[in-house]
Design a protein around this ligand. Structure first.
Ligand code: ADP
Ligand code: GLC
Length: 487
C-alpha cells in the first residue's frame, strides 16, 4: 500500500536551517520514498523559502481569508525533488531575521501566533482542504508543530477527514510555552483548556499538546526515548512521557548520504574514502589556513556546534588550555550564547596558532572541518540524537562524545574490550565536567599517536551504516500501524 504523509516542520534543509531538525525534515522524503511512502513537506513562508521557490512560484493552490485572523495562501514547490507546500502568511513569516528570532537573536513576540497559524493550516491540509491533495497521516515535528494534533482532534475543519498523527520530539528543551491569555486566540474549544488538552503548568504548552494528543510520539534515539522519562531529561514533561509510554518510540536519525559523502563532497579540498585516508591531509591544511593554525603532528580537534549549555560548550571552554597542553589544536565553528562566543575568542587570542575560532554559520566550512579534522568534540549535557557525530563517523573525524542520548547509541567507545575486538569508533566520556572532558581529550591524544589504532577507529566509523534505511522502515511501519488502528 502506498501512503501519503504530510510532514510539518519549521525548517528543512536546504531551504532553511538552524540545526539538525532541518537535516532530518529535509531527508525524510527520500528516506520514506524508499518505503513506498510519499511525503509532502509543509514549511512556513520565510523570505529565504519564498526566494527559493523562484520568481514566479505560480498560482496559490489554496487561500484562507483569515487563518486564525491572518490572510494566507499556500504555494507549491519542491524540496530536494519532493513535493513542498509553503504557507505564505506575509504578516507572520515574511520578515528579516531567523525563523524564530530577529537579527539580534531575540525571539519574535508573536511566535505563539506564528506557529499556531502554521499548525492550523497543517491540520486543514491534512484534513483534505486542498483540492487534489489528500493525506493518510500527518507527521509533526517539535513545538512549532505541536498544535497540529490538537486542531485535528478538537477543531477539525468542516467536513475534514480525521487522519492519525505522529509527533516527533527533536528537543525537549524547547517547549513553546506561553501565557494562559493566548489560549482564547487559538481557536480551540474551551474544553481543551485542561491537562488532557493543551494546558501545561497554567499556560499553553505547544510541545506538551503534541505529546498529549498525537497518536504516537517519537523521539530521535532509543536512549533519549528512555532518558525523557526522568526528571533530569524530561524537563517537566516526564510524567506525560511515562503516562503515554506505550506510545513513545525511539527512532534514530539517519544522515543524508548524498549530502554527506566524503567521496563526492564538493566542499572538500580533497575527496577521499576509507581506503584513501591520506587524502584527508589536504583538507587539514585547508583548515589550518582558514583558522590560522600552525602545522604540526598533534591531533587537530574540531567543533561544529551551537554554542550553548546543552552542547557542554562551557565545559569545553574550561579545558582548552589542557587540550593545547596535550599537543592538540582546536578549530571551532559555531554561534550561540554571546558569553560563550567571547570565551572562545579569548581562548584563540591566548593560544595563537593553536586555537582558531570562527563565530558564524557556514555550511561549506562545516563539511571542510569534518573532512580534515582528526576528532570532533561533542560533550553534550543531553543530545536527543546529534548529527555531527554521525558526519564525523562518515568522514573519518573521530567523535569524542558524552554518553547520552543519540551519542550513546551511535559511538562505540575505544575501551580495551572494543579495541581488542576491533570495533571501536570513537571516545565516550561518562560525565560532562572539565575533569572528564580533559581525560577524554588525553585519551584521544594518546590513541592518535598510535597510528594503527587510530586508523582503525576512523575506518570502522566510515564503514558503519548511518543511512536512513533502517529508520525509514521504522517510520513507515509506525505510520502503517496507526492507519490500520484507525481503520
Ligand atoms: P542541534 O540540532 O541540536 O543543533 P545536531 O547535531 O542534530 O544538533 O545538528 C546540527 C546541525 O547543524 C548539523 O548539520 C551541523 O553540521 C550544523 N551546524 C551547527 N552549527 C553550525 C555552524 N556554525 N555552521 C554550519 N553548520 C552548523
Ligand atoms: C535537535 C537535537 C539534536 C537532533 C536534532 C535532529 O536539534 O538537539 O540532538 O539531532 O534535533 O533530530
Amino acid at each position: 500500500m502506498s501512503l501519503k504523509v504530510l510532514s510539518v516542520a519549521s525548517e528543512a534543509a536546504p531551504l532553511v536551517k538552524t540545526g539538525g531538525l532541518a537535516d532530518v525534515a529535509g531527508a525524510l522524503p527520500a528516506a520514506l520514498a524508499a518505503q513506498g511512502v510519499g511525503v509532502t513537506t509543509l514549511l512556513p513562508g520565510y523570505p529565504s523559502v519564498l526566494a527559493k521557490l523562484g520568481p514566479k512560484p505560480g498560482r496559490a493552490v489554496h487561500k484562507w481569508d483569515a487563518l486564525l485572523g491572518t490572510p494566507a495562501r499556500l504555494l507549491a514547490g519542491t524540496l530536494g525533488g519532493y513535493p513542498l507546500l509553503v504557507l505564505d502568511a506575509r504578516a507572520l513569516f515574511n520578515r528579516e531575521g531567523g525563523p524564530y528570532a530577529d537579527a539580534s537573536g531575540r525571539d519574535w513576540d508573536d511566535n505563539w501566533r506564528r506557529f499556531a497559524t502554521f499548525a492550523r493550516a497543517a491540520a486543514d491540509i491534512a484534513g483534505g482542504a486542498v483540492k487534489g491533495r489528500s493525506f493518510d497521516l500527518v507527521h509533526a515535528h517539535d513545538w512549532q508543530s505541536g498544535l497540529v494534533p490538537a486542531y485535528l482532534r478538537f477543531a477539525p475543519q468542516a467536513g475534514g477527514r480525521t487522519v492519525p498523527s505522529v509527533f516527533t520530539i527533536h528537543n525537549m528543551a524547547f517547549q513553546g510555552y506561553y501565557d494562559a491569555e493566548v489560549f482564547a486566540q487559538l481557536g480551540l474549544p474551551a474544553s481543551t483548556w485542561t491537562v488532557d488538552g493543551v494546558e501545561s503548568y497554567g499556560g499553553v504548552g505547544f510541545l506538551k499538546a503534541g505529546m498529549q494528543l498525537a497518536d504516537a510520539i517519537t523521539t530521535v534515539s532509543p536512549t533519549y526515548a528512555g532518558e525523557i522519562r526522568s526528571v533530569e531529561f524530561g524537563m517537566g514533561l516526564e510524567g506525560l512521557v511515562l503516562a503515554r509510554s506505550n506510545r513513545v518510540h525511539g527512532i534514530l536519525n539517519g544522515i543524508d548520504t548524498a549530502e554527506w559523502n566524503p567521496a563526492t563532497d564538493p566542499h572538500l579540498a580533497a575527496r577521499f574514502a576509507a581506503g584513501k585516508l591520506a587524502a584527508r591531509r589536504k583538507n587539514k591544511r585547508a583548515i589550518e589556513q582558514t583558522f590560522g593554525l600552525t602545522r604540526d603532528d598533534g591531533p587537530l580537534f574540531i567543533v561544529v556546534s551551537r554554542l550553548t549549555w546543552q552542547k557542554g560548550m562551557d565545559v569545553l571552554a574550561e579545558v582548552i588550555d589542557h587540550l593545547v597542553g596535550t599537543g592538540g589544536r582546536l578549530a571551532l565553528l559555531g554561534t550561540g550564547d554571546a558569553e560563550l562566543e567571547q570565551r572562545f575568542l579569548a581562548a584563540a587570542a591566548r593560544h595563537p596558532g593553536r586555537v582558531g575560532v570562527r563565530i558564524g554559520y557556514d555550511e561549506a566550512l562545516a563539511h571542510g572541518l569534518q573532512g580534515g579534522g582528526d576528532a570532533i568534540l561533542i560533550p553534550s549535557r543531553f543530545e536527543p540524537c546529534g548529527l555531527t557525530q554521525l558526519y564525523g563517523l562518515a568522514y573519518g573525524c573521530v567523535p569524542l562524545v558524552s554518553r547520552t542520548g543519540g551519542l550513546a547509541d551511535t559511538v562505540i567507545d575505544a575501551n580495551p574490550a572494543a579495541l581488542a575486538a576491533g570495533v571501536a569508533t570513537g571516545i565516550q566520556i561518562n560525565a560532562v565536567n572539565p575533569a572528564a572532558l580533559a581525560s577524554g581529550i588525553s585519551r584521544a591524544a594518546q590513541l592518535y599517536h598510535q597510528p594503527g589504532a587510530w586508523k582503525r577507529l576512523q575506518t570502522n566509523g566510515m564503514k558503519a551504516d548511518f543511512s536512513w534505511r533502517a529508520s525509514g522502515a521504522a517510520y513507515a511501519a509506525l505510520y502503517r500501524q496507526l492507519i490500520e488502528e484507525q481503520g
